[in-house]
Design a protein around this ligand. Structure first.
Ligand code: PMP
Ligand code: GLU
Length: 378
């Protein structure tokens, strides 16, 4: 019925679990949703107002494929100022969500038969996007703190691309300069592209975010991706962007022109307000995420469940190999404790011993979840 290529692609586990948790809650069950990675905060008011104003002003028509000039310029300035990249507005394309940016960049960079190196447990959508392009994935090893270890082993004559995602979904690990320099040395030595997915850039605790594209030799081989979903609690607005070498961006924009056309015009105006307006709500959200992280990681550790301290994003990724492994324990969490979580296996073979717990939920719910976990593990 459908193409072989489509038939090889699984539904997104994170999206599936999110839908299931909503369904169970709607049916009256008291589900604690630690499944999906979606901030539980509302979009800041000044951003909503900017979007509404734009609709009311009649900005309801098509806009240029790569985005409205004002937003592209603000994004380019941000990337230069905060990320030390040298890009201009012409090197930026705005997309309906960072997910589309990931999809488009991978399609532009991979040929049939090419390999893409993913580093340890990696976000659910990278591998399917590689498969859509006709490529395949090699999995690079990580150590117990989810830092790359011997990545060179995963590189073959077919490797063309490495995807870096720091802070990481699902592990929360943050790569420091030394780790990123090792990756960039590999990229330069083997003439590889790097996609740097920086969607959790702002959700970072006691660490400094570094963009691989700013490192020596990386300017012409890095595509940097970011978006508004996480930092500004704008998941449903669907707004992201990417910036990279001119030749790559030319094909990315062509792909966008034949698929999505553009990100929604008035949503882009909301994006302008998000980036130009006050950033104090971002800081407030991050402070709250940090308190939740501390509560959850301490609680799990007190229960004897091994969990490294995530330096960013809003996920804890405890090792549950002694509790039956990731798949079985995720199942028990739902059936016996009414906690929706994501099995580590959704993030590739190196995730199988783990479960991902999203702490984008209140401290009260996290405390309740810990009590329920204690009950089923005692
Ligand atoms: N990259 C990562 C690592 C993510 O976790 C997400 C979350 N959905 C995305 C990209 C895409 O974000 P969005 O499409 O909502 O902007
Ligand atoms: N990125 C989030 C997650 O991992 C949202 C769902 C998705 O886009 O996959 O849960």
């Amino acid at each position: 019925m459908v193409s072989v290529r489509m038939a090889s692609i699984h539904e997104s586990t994170t999206m599936k679990i999110s839908a299931m948790a909503k369904r169970l809650s709607a049916s009256g069950q008291d589900i604690i949703d630690m499944g999906v990675g979606e901030p539980d905060f509302d979009t800041p008011k000044h951003i909503i107002e900017a979007g509404c104003r734009s609709i009311q002003m009649g900005e309801t028509r098509y806009a240029p494929t790569a985005g409205i000039p004002e937003l592209r310029k603000i994004i380019a300035d941000k990337l230069c100022r905060e990320n030390q990249l040298s890009v201009t507005a012409d090197d930026v394309a705005v997309t309906p969500g960072a997910k589309m940016a990931v999809f488009a960049a991978i399609q532009a960079l991979l040929d049939e038969g090419d390999e893409c190196l993913l580093i340890g447990p990696s976000w659910v959508s990278y591998e399917p996007c590689v498969a859509f392009a006709g490529g395949s994935v090699a999995w690079g090893r990580v150590d117990e703190d989810f830092m790359p270890s011997n990545l060179a082993e995963g590189i073959s004559s077919k490797t063309r691309l490495i995807i870096v995602n720091s802070p990481s979904n699902p592990t929360g690990s943050v790569f420091d300069r030394k780790v990123l320099e090792e990756i960039s040395d590999l990229a330069v030595d083997h003439d590889l592209y790097v996609i740097s997915d920086e969607i959790y850039e702002k959700i970072i605790y006691d660490h400094q975010h570094i963009s691989p594209g700013s490192l020596a030799g990386m300017e012409d081989r890095t595509v940097t991706i970011n978006g508004f979903s996480k930092a500004y609690a704008m998941t449903g607005w669907r707004l992201g962007y990417l910036a990279g070498p001119k030749e790559v961006m030319k094909w990315v924009t062509r792909l966008l022109s034949h698929s999505v056309s553009q990100a929604t015009t008035f949503v882009q105006r909301a994006g302008v307000a998000a980036m130009q307006g006050p950033q104090d709500e971002v800081a407030k959200m991050v402070a709250e995420f940090k308190a939740r992280r501390d509560l959850l990681v301490k609680g799990l550790t007190d229960l004897g469940i091994e969990c490294s301290v995530p330096g960013g994003a809003f996920y804890a990724f405890p090792n549950v190999s002694e509790l039956g492994g990731g798949d079985a324990f995720t199942d028990r969490l739902l059936k016996e404790a009414q906690i929706a979580a994501t099995p580590g296996s959704a993030f590739g073979p190196y995730g199988a011993d783990y479960v991902r717990l999203s702490y984008a939920t209140s401290q009260g719910r996290i405390s309740q979840a810990l009590k329920r976990i204690e009950k089923i593990t005692k």
